[in-house]
Design a protein around this ligand. Structure first.
Ligand code: ZN
Length: 315
C-alpha cells in the first residue's frame, strides 16, 4: 500500500516554469486537494480521489498554492494545499467526501492511494519549512513545491523534503515470532516492533537496538524485506525479518507487553477474536503474513475475519 506509484515525477523539469505552465494549461491537468488537516478530497462513492479540472480549481481554490506531483500517459497531476479548512460547502457541489489517508489506503484504488500519500508527505513538509532552520527568516517554495529557499540573501540555504527512516521488524526464534503491545492499545492488539533510525546508525544497527530496547531480545542477524512510504506524517518504513539468538524477553519502557507467538497461537487468536493484528495496508501486516507463510505454510488473509479496521472512519 502506497508503494510502487506508477508516476513520472519529472524531477528535472520542476524548475522549468514554462514547461510547468504548459502542463497546467493542458486539458489533462488534474488537481487533487488536501485540507490543512491532511484529509484529501475523494469521490463520494470512494471509487477514487476527486480529481479537479483547472476550471474547478479556479472556482473553489483559486488562491491556494499548487505543487506538481508528476504525470502519467493520461494526466498531469498537481496537489492543491488548501490554506483554509473546507467542508461540505465544497464536497457537496463537487459530489465528493473528505477522507483521511488511512481510510483512503483501505478503500481507494492503489494508484490514488499512492498519489494521496505522496501529496500528503510533500504538503506536510511544506507546512514545516516556512522558516529557515539556520537563520530564522521566512522561506519561499520553489521547484514546483519541492524545495524551500531561505529569503535571507546572506543565508539563501535550500531546504529539501525530508523523510524519516524507521525500521519495522518481525523477529523469529525457532517456531515463534515476537510481537509487542503498546500501552493504551485495545485489548488483544499486537504488532511487530518498530522504531526510528537514529543519527549514526545503519539500518541493521537500528533493528538490533530497537529489539533490545523494546523487548530485551538479542538479534543475531536480519534480512531486508520491503519498504513503504508512511506519511503519518513523514516516515519511510523499512521492513526486516530477523532471527533471535535467545528467547529471553525483558520488556522495555516503550511496550506494555512482548511475547512469542507460535503459528497455532495466531491461528487460534484470530479464530476466537482474542488477537487483533495490524491492517493489510501496513508493512507490519506484510511481515506477519511472510512469517506465517514461512513458518506455517498458512495465508494470513485466509485467517482474518471482521477486524475493526475493516470499517474505516470517514467524515
Ligand atoms: Zn536562512
Amino acid at each position: 500500500m502506497f508503494a510502487a506509484l506508477a508516476l513520472e515525477r519529472a524531477a528535472e523539469r520542476r524548475d522549468d516554469a514554462d514547461w510547468l505552465s504548459a502542463q497546467r494549461a493542458e486539458a489533462r491537468a488534474r488537481y487533487i486537494v488536501l485540507n490543512p488537516d491532511g484529509r484529501g478530497l475523494a469521490r463520494a462513492d470512494r471509487s477514487g480521489l476527486r480529481h479537479l479540472s483547472e476550471a474547478e480549481r479556479r472556482q473553489f481554490w483559486p488562491e491556494d498554492p499548487v505543487a506538481f506531483l508528476g504525470a502519467t500517459r493520461e494526466a498531469n497531476y498537481f496537489a492543491i494545499a488548501a490554506t483554509q479548512p473546507r467542508g461540505e460547502e465544497v464536497s457537496g457541489p463537487l459530489r465528493a467526501r473528505w477522507l483521511d489517508l488511512r481510510a483512503a489506503g483501505l478503500s481507494l484504488p492503489a494508484f490514488d492511494a499512492g498519489l494521496f500519500a505522496y501529496a500528503r508527505a510533500l504538503l506536510y513538509w511544506q507546512t514545516r519549512v516556512r522558516y529557515c532552520g539556520v537563520c530564522g527568516q521566512a522561506t519561499t517554495l520553489v521547484s514546483a513545491g519541492h524545495k524551500a529557499l531561505c529569503t535571507n540573501r546572506d543565508c539563501g540555504i535550500e531546504h529539501f523534503p525530508r523523510t524519516d527512516p524507521a525500521i519495522i521488524v518481525i523477529v523469529g526464534w525457532r517456531d515463534a515470532c515476537l510481537l509487542g503491545r503498546q500501552p493504551g492499545w485495545p485489548e488483544g492488539r499486537w504488532s511487530t516492533l518498530a522504531g526510528f533510525v537514529e543519527p549514526g546508525e545503519s539500518l541493521e544497527d537500528a533493528v538490533r537496538r530497537e529489539v533490545r530496547e523494546e523487548a530485551g531480545v538479542e538479534v543475531e542477524d536480519c534480512d531486508y524485506h520491503s519498504s513503504q512510504p508512511w506519511p503519518f506524517p513523514a516516515s519511510l518504513m523499512l521492513g526486516f525479518v530477523a532471527r533471535a539468538g535467545d528467547p529471553a524477553i525483558c520488556v522495555g519502557a516503550e511496550l506494555a507487553e512482548a511475547r512469542w507467538f507460535e503459528v497455532d497461537d495466531i491461528v487460534r487468536g484470530l479464530a476466537d477474536r482474542t488477537l487483533v493484528l495490524p491492517p493489510p495496508l501496513s508493512v507490519s501486516h506484510r511481515l506477519i503474513e511472510h512469517w506465517l507463510r514461512e513458518a506455517g505454510g498458512l495465508e494470513l488473509s485466509a485467517l482474518m475475519h471482521d477486524e475493526p479496521w475493516l470499517k474505516p472512519k470517514t467524515t
